[in-house]
Design a protein. Structure first.
Lengths: 184, 270
């Protein structure tokens, strides 16, 4: 510590000033308002994110029975529908405009709806494992599935909502399926 | 993280020069051994998730389910870290001791690490099971992100220059407010069931096979040992930092006194 400004300033002939050094007034504003600004920014970002998620009605999953019941009311509105694919229902089709699609039916609480899906199909698309599909109702009998009620749900995005069941059931039947090569 | 050397001054006056101790060594080895056993259990003992439906279709998450043994304990440890920060902050506001402030700071840092790990592993698990890495409309994902952001903000506020007591009081208040989100994150899958792809609780519903339940419980135990190991090291690092700051102040004072003595001595000589 031989080259500090304090030591350089020492003059053996003069008494040394040991009074406390004044603070830096210029930084007081930052010290005072900095934390408040940071907190305000965090609160603002959190508020926007929560508002975006909680206030956006299109992000709510409508269950199949509810969506079917409100079909007239929903009209062409885009929404998310949740239901379980009916076993054996998926089939590859070609739309009138030449686009490839997958047609299947979803069900919940005994109500069935037909779906024509033009987006990617999840690897986890399985019977009885609920899917969330984004789209809207179309009144048409062009693609009749299990429901065959003159409507289908035109979707272009599919997500899978896996349940919380990790129990094993019918282990003997799973073993049989494995032996038959139904899955590996 | 086994050592954190201090300045020579710190060693000179007897402040420990390391955060390691017999307890941390035992915890460290237990963590390593626990991880080895956990990997073996998760990949060799626990079967893949499969079920067969009444129509004869084989369904399930298959091998993706093994991510559970990292993701779920990470979330539990994040809750633990933030929960401990909440309790320590409460204690600080009551007793105003550095010990509680350092505890709150240390556990918040560890909580953020596990919170980020939870988000990352959840995203990795979401890709094969949900078909998406991230879903902005999912309340569980978004509230978990908000929880981590709040505590990153907490750590940021701690780094803003201020008097130690002011800094501690300010961050304690943020921790108390931020901790509310722990409950929101945990309950979000039940409160907003139709706004999340995330599954509801498996453990409380008892919908889990024995091998999976045992391995998951074991992963909690290993995680808790890891948490204790990290917390001890981080707390001791915080303590050493505070000691160094104190020593630096003392050294600065000594230097100023020496300057003054030197000046006086110079004046006495002809």
């Amino acid at each position: 510590m031989t080259d500090t400004p304090a030591e350089e300033a020492v003059d053996p002939g003069e008494p040394m000033d040991l009074s406390p050094r004044p603070g830096r007034p210029a930084r007081r504003g930052i010290r005072r308002w900095g934390p408040i600004l940071v907190v305000a920014l965090v609160v603002l970002v959190i508020g926007i994110v929560l508002w975006r998620v909680l206030a956006d009605a299109t992000l709510v999953f409508r269950e199949v029975d509810d969506a079917v019941e409100r079909r007239e009311e929903l009209g062409d509105d885009r929404f998310r529908m949740i239901g379980s694919p009916v076993s054996g229902s998926p089939q590859n089709i070609t739309l009138d405009d030449g686009r490839p699609a997958v047609a299947f039916s979803v069900t919940l609480d005994g109500v069935v709806a037909d779906v024509v899906h033009t987006g990617g199909v999840s690897d986890q698309f399985q019977p009885e494992v609920p899917v969330v599909i984004d789209g809207h109702w179309v009144e048409s009998s062009a693609y009749a599935g299990v429901a065959d009620d003159g409507w289908y749900f035109a979707s272009d995005r599919m997500l899978v909502k896996h349940d919380n069941d990790y129990r094993v059931e019918n282990q003997d039947r799973i073993d049989d399926a494995e032996e038959r090569g139904q899955y590996e | 993280m086994s050592t954190a050397t201090t300045s020579s001054s710190a060693t000179r006056v007897g402040v420990p020069a390391t955060t390691s101790s017999r307890a941390t060594k035992v915890l460290g080895w237990l963590t390593l051994a626990g991880f080895a056993v956990l990997v073996a259990l998760a990949f060799a003992w626990v079967p893949e998730d499969t079920r067969i439906t009444e129509q004869g279709d084989v369904v399930g998450q298959f091998d993706a389910v093994r991510l559970m043994f990292v993701h779920v304990p990470s979330a539990i440890l994040a809750y633990t870290g933030f929960g401990l920060t909440f309790l320590a902050s409460l204690a600080y506001l009551r007793w105003r001791t550095d010990w509680w402030d350092m505890m709150a700071h240390s556990s918040a840092e560890i909580g953020v690490v596990f919170g980020v790990l939870t988000l990352v592993t959840g995203s990795i698990w979401g890709r094969p099971t949900w078909q998406t890495w991230w879903e902005w409309g999912d309340v569980r994902q978004v509230t978990a992100l908000v929880m981590v952001l709040v505590f990153i903000g907490y750590l940021a506020v701690r780094r803003i220059p201020a008097e130690a007591a002011v800094k501690a009081r300010r961050s304690a208040v943020i921790a108390l407010v931020g901790a509310v989100n722990i409950v929101i994150v945990n309950r979000s899958v039940d409160w907003w069931e139709n706004r999340t792809l995330h599954q509801q609780s498996t453990l409380f519903a008892r919908k889990i096979r024995d091998e999976t339940l045992f391995t998951l419980s074991f992963s909690f135990a290993v995680g808790m040992v890891l948490f204790a190991w990290l917390l001890l090291h981080r707390f001791r690092t915080a303590y050493l930092e505070s000691q160094i700051e104190e020593l630096e102040v003392q050294e600065a004072l000594e230097e100023r006194r020496a300057e003054a003595d030197g000046a006086d001595h110079g004046r006495e000589q002809p």
